[in-house]
Design a protein around this ligand. Structure first.
Ligand code: ARG
Length: 272
């Protein structure tokens, strides 16, 4: 799928994200508005649960319908396919500090500038972008990014406000989280079809191949895939990028491999 297709699909869909079986038992209006997966064919549940307020303090909701993570007090790391061209941009609002998008205590800050990875869309890959904010977020410690492949393995955490089932196009009012196992490049590319075009050096796959049922989805794009490092601190290893549908069997999520682009991200962040 081309970048343009992604971007326009994104704009149309208003948002996306992770699995949220829990939503179904909630009595909120947003939960009530979610289609019930019972009886549907295919994806029954995208398995997530609600994140607690403050659990992932650096998690950012972007107004174009993407996720992101605070990389520096005044910079959000997201996906290239979530933004337009590099340059001044005051059209994006970043929401931070809440799990409920209707929580009026949210911190909302406008963008001033966008840096879109210049290698995105080339054979090098690189679905990442930086958004400069009009003012710094002072009360949140930014999310570290992986600078080596050391942590590109194991079980990862994902979070976002995206769709709770494939095709929902509604997003989630609440921040949802889930855990997904790493899928090695050879396995991922070896699935073939959609996954034959995987760029192993630039992308990292994750998902429950045998069962499906747990994944990021439309509207989660740009958000972090993360885990703990050896110091027990959260570290971002992936950026939600794409996948063949959502939460299908044998169809893992594909994430930007953050470690590959860590030095380019740091260099760009120092310039904007
Ligand atoms: N491209 C989607 C977006 O813009 C993210 C899709 C992630 N898909 C997946 N199966 N993990 O929100």
């Amino acid at each position: 799928m081309s970048t343009n297709t992604w971007f326009s699909a994104l704009k149309k869909s208003a948002v996306a994200i992770v699995g949220a079986a829990t939503m179904l038992s909630l009595a909120s209006p947003a939960a009530a508005a979610q289609p019930q997966p019972d009886g549907e064919v295919g994806v029954q549940v995208i398995g997530g649960t609600r994140a607690a307020k403050g659990e992932f303090p650096w998690m950012v909701r972007l107004s174009m319908g993407c996720g992101g993570a605070l990389y520096a007090p005044q910079i959000v790391l997201t996906a290239a396919h979530c933004v337009g061209r590099t340059g001044n941009n005051t059209s994006i609002t970043a929401t931070i500090g809440v799990v409920d998008l209707q929580d009026t205590t949210a911190t909302k800050i406008r963008s001033t500038y966008v840096h879109r990875s210049p290698t995105y869309g080339t054979s090098t890959g690189g679905d990442w972008a930086l958004i400069k904010l009009a003012s710094p977020v002072t009360n949140v410690k930014p999310l570290k990014i992986a600078t080596t492949k050391e942590f590109d393995t194991g079980t990862f955490d994902i979070a976002g406000w995206g769709d709770t089932r494939e095709g929902a196009n509604t997003g989630s009012r609440y921040l949802l989280k889930a855990k997904v196992p790493f899928v090695p490049d050879t396995t991922c590319k070896g699935i073939g079809g959609y996954y034959a075009s995987l760029i192993p050096a630039a992308e990292i796959c994750a998902g429950d191949l045998a069962n499906g049922g747990i994944d990021t989805c439309q509207g989660d794009s740009g958000g972090p895939m993360f885990r703990k490092d050896n110091a027990g601190e959260w570290i971002e290893v992936g950026i939600v990028s794409h996948g063949n549908g959502c939460a299908r069997r044998n169809a893992p999520g594909v994430y930007t491999e953050v470690s590959t682009f860590a030095s380019a991200i740091a260099a760009a962040a120092a310039r904007i």
